[in-house]
Design a binder for this molecule. Structure first.
Ligand code: SAM
Length: 200
């Protein structure tokens, strides 16, 4: 990942959502993007030009656009019509973002448009976040990585966030190797990043 001093940046053309630029690079703000927070905190996996990624919960394409600056192709799934409009606009200006309007609970609906991916990234803030990730593992290559952004309050607002995280981790461990788990404070409260790799 590219850093200028301690500022995380990505190597695309600026002006996607009003982000700042620095020496010709786009500043990737950890307060606006959980993935940027993960990298800023020293975690995450290196994004490389030969990678294909499936991104679940694309929203208006803010983080998607930065991922697209680093990798070959991003398949970006979003089910809400309003953010989808913005995502389409972002995708119109990039050759490597494939916007897909679909429910991430139903991977069979977008399977015809997909190829195997090196990275499965998920940020959907739903009660069944782990289940959604598991359903989409069909697209992940052996040796590929899942990065799950767990919003513990979406799973159960009354439960201890640490308990929710432990349960999610146990669920994922049945099918994946856990590489790293960390909270995203001070950038995003009650959010944890779980990085896993698919067994070969
Ligand atoms: N990842 C985005 C970013 O960093 O710019 C922010 C994502 S926002 C927290 C969660 C998004 O997931 C929302 O736009 C929501 O509509 C979408 N979402 C939630 N459940 C979904 C589902 N089952 N299928 C597809 N999108 C979903």
């Amino acid at each position: 990942m590219i850093r200028l001093g301690n500022v995380l940046v990505s190597p695309g053309e600026g002006g996607v959502y009003g982000e700042r630029t620095l020496d010709g690079y786009r500043v990737w703000d950890p307060y606006r993007s959980k993935l940027a927070a993960l990298y800023t905190l020293g975690g995450g996996i290196e994004l490389t030009p030969d990678m294909r990624a499936l991104y679940l919960g694309a929203a208006n394409g803010t983080t998607v656009s930065h991922v697209a600056d680093y990798v070959e192709t991003v398949y970006a799934v979003e089910f809400a019509p309003r953010p989808m409009q913005d995502l389409l606009e972002v995708a119109r200006r990039r050759r490597n973002i494939v916007p897909i309007m679909a429910d991430a609970n139903r991977p069979e609906e977008y399977a015809p448009f997909m190829e195997a991916v090196d990275l499965l990234y998920q940020d959907v803030a739903q009660p069944n976040q782990v289940e959604i990730a598991e359903r989409n593992l069909v697209f992940l290559k052996p040796g590929g990585h899942l990065i799950l952004m767990l919003k513990t309050r979406s799973v159960d607002v009354r439960r201890d966030p640490a308990e929710v995280l432990a349960e999610a981790r146990t669920g994922l461990e049945k099918r994946l190797d856990i590489a790293d788990v960390r909270w995203l404070d001070p950038y995003h409260h009650d959010h944890a990043a779980i990085v896993c790799s698919r067994r070969e």
